[in-house]
Each structure stands twice: as C-alpha cells, then as structure tokens.
Design a protein around this ligand. Structure first.
Ligand code: ADP
Length: 274
C-alpha cells in the first residue's frame, strides 16, 4: 500500500524514477528473504547436533549399568559437541568478515607464510589420507590485507581440497603475479584431484550452507560456510575467488588478491565494502 502511494506521488517525475523505486523494493524484499533463509538454516544446523546430544545423554542414563555402551555413547557425544563448536566458530568467523573492515589493519602479508599456515592446518587430515601437498611460486610475493582473514580464506580452500579428495592424491598450491586491469594482483590457485563439482553446483557452492552432498560434508566436519567466508574475504579485499572443475577429475579454486606494493600505491581508493 505504502509503496503504491509513493509510486503514485513520484510518477509525474518520470517512469524511470518509478522503475528505480520498484527495483529498490524488489531488492529490499530479496535481502529480507535471504536473511530469513539464513536464520532458518542456522536454526536447523544448530538443532541437529543439539538434538543428537540430548538423545545421547538420555541413552547414557539408560545404559548406566553397561559401561561399554556408556563409552560408545560418550564418544558420539564428543563428535556432536565438536561439530557444534566448529559451527559456532564458523558463524563467528562469518559475522566477523561481514562486519569488520579488513583494510582497517591491512598490511603486506607474505604469500609463502599464508600457504605454509594453510598447509599446516590440514597436515593431520592429509596425513591420514596419504594426500601429498606441494606449493610453488610463493617466494617474494606479498598480498595486501588482513592477515587473519586471508589465512582463514586460504585455509578453507586447502581444507576443502583435502576433504573432497580420495586417498593418495595430490593437492597443489601455486602462486603467481598477474597484471589485471586494476593493477598488480597475486593469484593463489589450489588444485586437487578430487571428486569435482558439476556446472550446476558451481553456481551455488559459495552460498551460505549450500553443500553438494550434505552427508559427506558433515562427515568431514564441514559446515557449509567455508566458501561463503572465502568469497566475502576476497571481495572485501578487492579481489575475487573463482572455480574451475571437472567432475571426477578435480577442482582448482583461484584466489585473486591485490599485491602489497600495488595496493599501497592506491591506498586512497579503498575497494567498496560488501
Ligand atoms: P563445507 O563445510 O561443506 O566444506 P564449503 O562452503 O567450504 O562448505 O563448501 C561448500 C560445498 O562445496 C561443499 O559441501 C562441497 O560440496 C563443495 N566443495 C567445496 N570445495 C570442494 C572441492 N575442492 N572439491 C569438490 N567439492 C567441493
């Protein structure tokens, strides 16, 4: 009603203005729908482990005279509690990357350090699957940004590469300098020989909570938030994340970020927040 009244008032100003106003309302409605979906998703994701914990604690009480069963149920409670903790941590990370301006405490960050940190984070998981990790081209490259956020972004990409790959495969991380239109950039590409992603899913994997195979994602401790965090970090640094993939062959996720020297030279032109 309100919208119509406003439209009627501005109509004489020209149909173009009315069109803009209608587009604005559509956009506002879309944002509201996204927010509602997000809250529903979070509630659902929280309910699952909490529900399991509550059932398992009942089972423990019923099995008090069977020490083996108690131990088994307690083990599963621990898994659910870990899942809950990582979900809450990722929600905190997501809200942090969405609310903090990463360039407020931006600094030159060494690419070899970022890569070493990401590899370290996945070393255990890669070891149990006998996945080899190798990095190249990272020497003497510096990106411009928030060290913690960049480490989280690259860490998520390497973690996914390991999680969605079969045993005894290879994960490669390669960095290089590129000359893009907006100045010097650094590209860090994470390549795996894993399950790959279909064209249809490629469009959606960066959405919050979207998973191609929810059961597989949960089994590896996935929350469905990792790539949403990566996308946000890339965009807020004036960069981008892209994916190439062939089903059954593997995937390459490429993180493009402004180079430290180049970014400092145009420090007055801060990339827009999103
Ligand atoms: P998750 O916590 O489920 O890994 P992400 O947001 O990191 O969430 O990824 C979303 C989905 O994209 C994953 O559930 C998985 O289906 C798919 N995906 C991400 N990285 C890869 C990869 N390297 N190979 C295959 N599929 C991937």
């Amino acid at each position: 009603g309100e919208a119509l009244a406003v439209s009627a008032r501005v109509a004489p100003l020209g149909s173009r203005l009315v069109l803009l106003l209608v587009e604005d309302l559509t956009e506002a409605r879309r944002i509201e729908a996204v927010r509602r979906d997000f809250v529903a998703n979070v509630s659902h994701e929280l309910k699952t482990p909490v529900g399991a914990l509550s059932l398992l604690s009942e089972a423990v009480m019923d099995a008090s005279d069977d020490p083996e069963a108690v131990e088994r149920f307690a083990g599963r409670m621990q898994i659910e509690a870990t899942r809950l903790t990582s979900l809450v941590q990722e929600l905190i990370d997501l809200s942090r990357v969405q609310n903090d301006d990463p360039l407020e405490d931006a600094e030159p960050v060494r690419v070899d350090e970022l890569v070493a940190e990401a590899i370290d984070r996945c070393r255990h998981q890669a070891g149990t699957k006998q996945i080899t990790m190798a990095a190249g081209g990272t020497a003497d490259l510096h990106v411009w940004g928030n060290r913690g956020q960049l480490a989280a972004a690259l860490g998520n990409l390497v973690e996914n590469a390991v999680n969605y790959s079969p045993a005894r495969t290879r994960v490669g991380i390669a960095a290089r300098r590129v000359n893009a239109a907006g100045g010097e950039h650094i590209e860090i590409a994470v390549t795996d020989q894993g399950i790959g992603i279909s064209d249809k899913d490629k469009e959606r994997i960066f959405e919050r909570f979207y998973r191609v195979d929810p059961a597989r994602s949960r089994a590896t401790g996935g929350t469905g938030l990792g790539l949403a965090i990566v996308k946000h970090v890339a965009a807020s640094h004036g960069g981008e994340v892209t994916v190439w993939s062939a089903e059954g062959q593997g995937s390459t996720f490429t993180l493009r970020l402004p180079e430290a020297g180049a970014a400092r030279d145009r420090a007055h032109q801060q990339p827009a927040r999103s």
